[in-house]
Ligand binder design. Structure first.
Ligand code: AMP
Ligand code: GLY
Length: 428
């Protein structure tokens, strides 16, 4: 089939890699230095909906797969469907689960989906009054999309006041912070649980864990994600069943009650607390870098559940997974997640090409003059298989020792929580 993948990150490179392995013809808008290994990069901005549908028509693309949230928020799926093109992803209305935290929290309250207790505010004065009586820490969130920067974990009242002021008075994120959520801080471990959804049925993917902070031991500011692994042994069969019953089923049913058929990937960002799983956030797409850890484990076809979700026919599809662990470490530019320097020449990638059980996924890269250059904050996801987390970790970090670019930074502790857990529970 002719497939167009929208986006230019490591997630999209992993999607293109897998879909190409399944013998499809791949186009990627706008792609990166990695995606052009699997097909053709197309220089159209993911927000240029008319440009994209013109291209789909001209090239007779059969399926479009959307990677990032921004085009979903702009209604790319509604636009394509109105024009009669097949596209994988939720409608603008369904995407509100990710694009509005106020919508998501009210939805969870109404549908009795476990999440942190919260209140919503549209006035600074009321928000400040409310936090006076709160026990700390508390979490303050801007309503809209803020590129992962709209969440403040506040340990004391001064930090909380500052967060409210910067969102509501200084309007650092403009309209996105006009309304805010103030919620209880949950204690536990975070896990990402994704599922294909076809409007009514769902098909869970294997569990994974992201590492959001820039530095080791979860220190420093949050990023888009500095590495991931799959599976997470914390997610036992029993817990998976609870997640299905208490969260996935209720979410899909709750949306149907609103007249919304969710089609695409539903991503639950969960905190596994001592009271069970609670939703921190919904995303409406594959995670990045979770996709780089999950997709290499998918032994069965990826296109089949994509088409199943579009056509409302997931119920007969079974996914087959590689039993091994996959771990993926992000190599980032100096300065990321703030201002970073680029382009820098990347050296040593050729040494990884023939390494057994190692995959290289590109994010912010481009190819020029026969060389690969950095072009973004997150640059590469070096990914590897292992019979367990320890072997995967050793394999990936030893591969990384071959790669270099000026200012390259990466976390040395991706998977460390799982390593500790498996040491405590040697039977896992
Ligand atoms: P969100 O975009 O809502 O997932 O928030 C970004 C990150 O902030 C999450 O991945 C968590 O690390 C943290 N976070 C968000 N909400 C809470 C909460 N209620 N309790 C503890 N940590 C949270
Ligand atoms: N890795 C987190 C996300 O994709 O939002």
């Amino acid at each position: 089939m002719k497939i167009l993948v929208i986006g230019s990150g490591g997630r999209e490179d992993a999607l293109c890699w897998k879909l190409r392995k399944e013998k499809n013809k791949i186009y990627c808008a706008s792609g990166n230095g990695g995606t052009e290994r699997w097909g053709e990069n197309v220089d159209i901005n993911p927000q240029d909906l008319k440009g994209l549908t013109d291209f789909v028509k001209k090239e007779k693309i059969e399926i479009t797969v959307v990677g990032p949230e921004a085009p979903l928020a702009s209604g790319i799926v509604n636009y394509f469907e109105e024009k009669g093109f097949r596209i994988f992803g939720p409608s603008k209305e369904a995407a509100e689960l990710e694009t509005s935290k106020v919508f998501a929290k009210e939805f969870m309250r109404k549908n009795e989906i476990p999440t942190a207790d919260f209140e919503i505010f549209n006035s600074e004065e009321k928000a400040l009054k409310y936090i006076l009586n709160k026990e700390f820490p508390i979490v303050i969130k801007a309503d809209g999309l803020c590129g992962g920067k709209g969440v403040f974990i506040c340990q004391d009242i001064e930090t909380a006041k500052k967060a409210v002021h910067s969102l509501m008075a200084d309007k650092v994120f403009g309209k996105q912070g006009e309304r805010i959520v103030i919620e209880d801080c949950l204690i536990g471990e975070e896990v990402s649980c994704l599922a294909f959804v076809d409007g009514e049925d769902f098909l869970p993917l294997v569990s994974s864990q992201d590492h959001k902070a820039i530095f080791d031991q979860d220190k420093g500011p949050n990023t888009g994600g500095m590495g991931a692994y799959s599976p997470v042994s914390l997610i036992t069969e029993k817990l998976s069943e609870r997640i299905k019953k208490e969260i996935l089923e209720k979410t899909i049913k709750g949306l149907l009650n609103l007249g919304i058929k969710f089609k695409g990937i539903l991503y639950l960002g969960l905190m596994i607390t001592c009271d069970g799983p609670k939703v921190l956030e919904f995303n409406v797409r594959f995670g990045d870098p979770e996709a780089q850890a999950i997709i290499p484990r998918l032994k069965s076809c990826l296109l089949e559940p994509i088409i199943g979700a579009i056509d409302g026919k997931l119920s007969n599809i079974r996914l087959e997974w590689d039993e091994r662990t996959v771990l993926s470490v992000v190599l980032a530019s100096s300065g990321y997640p703030e201002k970073y320097e680029a382009p820098k020449g990347i050296f040593g990638l050729d040494k990884l090409e023939d390494l057994k059980d190692i995959l290289i996924f590109h994010s912010g890269t481009e190819r020029r003059e026969g060389k690969v250059w950095t072009k973004g904050g997150r640059v590469l996801s070096i990914t590897g298989y292992g019979y367990d987390i320890n072997e995967a970790k050793i394999r990936v970090y030893s591969a990384i020792s071959n790669v270099q670019f000026e200012g390259m930074q990466f976390r040395r502790d991706i998977g460390a929580k799982e390593v500790r857990r498996t040491r405590k529970n040697p039977q896992i």
